[in-house]
Design a protein around this ligand. Structure first.
Ligand code: NZQ
Ligand code: ZN
Length: 388
């Protein structure tokens, strides 16, 4: 049964090759000063920066640049961005990049006029913004996080060895996002497959919770099948538009709040992965892939019915003549083999984790309540050891 919910997603999407043509009419709706936020320079190499700047100039905008947003953006960088936005009285923050640039832009939007320490207020105390919020828009260049159509914003504090996400309300969602699948062709394979696993993980975090019959889970199964199919093609043929566009669209649906409606969700894999990310600064999707198999094998007996359904409906496991345990295990074997096939990191030691770090990782892992098993600290340690 679906629980009650209200649903609103205010982000306007422009999807497809050439979607950048929608930037000009959108920009015309906002004031003169635009803060252009981007990462370490990939957009200059592939020409997206030049296209965006030309449109900003055509619109007569005053452009304030904030470059150098790192993967896993930091609380220190956030302070700098908030100052730039405030001092320049910006009217719109235009994020051109992946999840890091988009998450960071949302963080800046709620921090520029915040009288408190934003890290403490939003990421430690999980309070909602009470100050003026600067509108954010996005031109997406890396696929995976869903940040283009949600309120998520993940910030890393290296001093405190914490990586924490705040899911802001609809007032912080991007006002519009431009999604051109061809913009993702220049992504290195490592980033592309990491993004694919991030999508997979977002869907599974929402799928592996509860046992009700609900539409959200059927949608999730369809998204998973599309992702598995398209990722296999994109790995071999990175400029396959059909595959890249399907992956891009799946990523958005995986985390634009739709498939969580009316049901409980887990998110423990993200908590384990974020702890690894806080300590190693590794690529987000790879931190998730490296802990996933140990986690799912551990919780499988507690959610057996759903793991059987997953094996049959997503991985086409034939259940005839097999016990539920056998079917569920076969599903996880199929998942593991797909993960190896596309080239994901399967062990946290390959991200730089050593056995002496495991206590620290357990300290940095938040314990969620919605999965099939609420983990104890000992269980978290055992899962990290298993992931080594
Ligand atoms: O910095 P540049 O030079 O632009 O290079 C980036 C970066 O090194 C590169 N890149 C992006 N687009 C490219 C490209 N390289 C070539 N061609 C292109 N078209 O890719 C690298 C990774 O970019 P990043 O933005 O860090 O990746 P991603 O989109 O995976 O974002 C990761 C961040 O999002 C957070 C993660 O924790 C992490 O901090 N998440 C945000 C979520 C949300 N908002 O809801 C949910 C997720 O679970 C996730 O936690
Ligand atoms: Zn994620």
């Amino acid at each position: 049964m679906l629980g009650n919910f209200s649903y609103c997603n205010p982000t306007c999407l422009y999807f497809g090759e050439g979607a950048i043509s929608n930037l000009k009419p959108e920009l015309e709706k906002y004031g003169k000063t635009v803060m252009l936020v981007y990462g370490g320079g990939s957009i200059k190499k592939n020409g997206i920066y030049q296209k965006v700047i030309a449109i900003l100039n055509e619109c007569g905008k005053k452009v304030v640049e904030d470059a150098g947003v790192m993967p896993n953006p930091t609380s220190k960088k956030l302070e700098e961005g908030a100052r730039i936005a405030r001092e320049n009285n910006v009217d719109l923050i235009l994020a051109v990049g992946g999840g890091s640039v988009c998450d960071y832009s949302k963080a800046v939007s709620v921090s520029a006029y915040c009288n408190d320490d934003p890290w403490e207020k939003y990421y430690i105390r999980f309070e909602e913004p009470t100050c003026k919020i600067i509108p954010v828009a996005c031109v997406l260049t890396m696929v995976g996080t869903g940040s283009e159509m949600n309120g998520g914003s993940v910030i890393t504090n290296h001093e405190q060895k914490l990586k924490i996400g705040h899911v802001f309300g609809t007032e912080v969602f991007p006002k519009f996002s431009i999604l051109d699948p061809t913009y993702t062709y220049t992504l290195p394979k490592y980033q592309m497959v990491s993004g694919c696993y991030d999508i997979m993980s977002h869907i599974l975090e929402q799928y592996f919770s509860g046992e009700d019959d609900n539409t959200s889970d059927y949608i999730s199964e369809g998204l998973l099948r599309s992702l598995i199919h398209s990722s296999r093609i994109a790995v071999k043929d990175p400029e396959n538009y059909e595959a890249r566009s399907n992956i891009m669209w799946t990523a958005t649906w995986a985390l634009n709040t739709l498939i969580a409606q009316g049901k409980t969700t887990d998110w423990e894999v993200h908590m384990l992965g974020q702890a690894v990310g806080a300590i190693t600064d590794a690529t987000h999707g790879m931190t998730l892939s490296a802990v996933s198999m140990a986690y799912y094998r551990y919780i499988m007996p507690f959610g057996l019915k759903k793991f059987v359904r997953y094996a049959v409906n997503v991985w086409d496991v034939n259940p005839e003549g097999k016990t539920d345990e056998e079917v569920a295990c076969e599903g996880l074997v199929a998942m593991e083999s797909w993960m190896n096939e596309i080239g994901l990191v399967m062990h946290i030691k390959d991200l730089g984790v050593t056995p002496d770090m495991i206590d620290g990782l357990a300290d940095a892992t938040l314990i969620m309540q919605g999965g099939y098993k609420v983990l104890t600290r000992e269980e978290i340690i055992a899962i990290f050891k298993q992931s080594l």
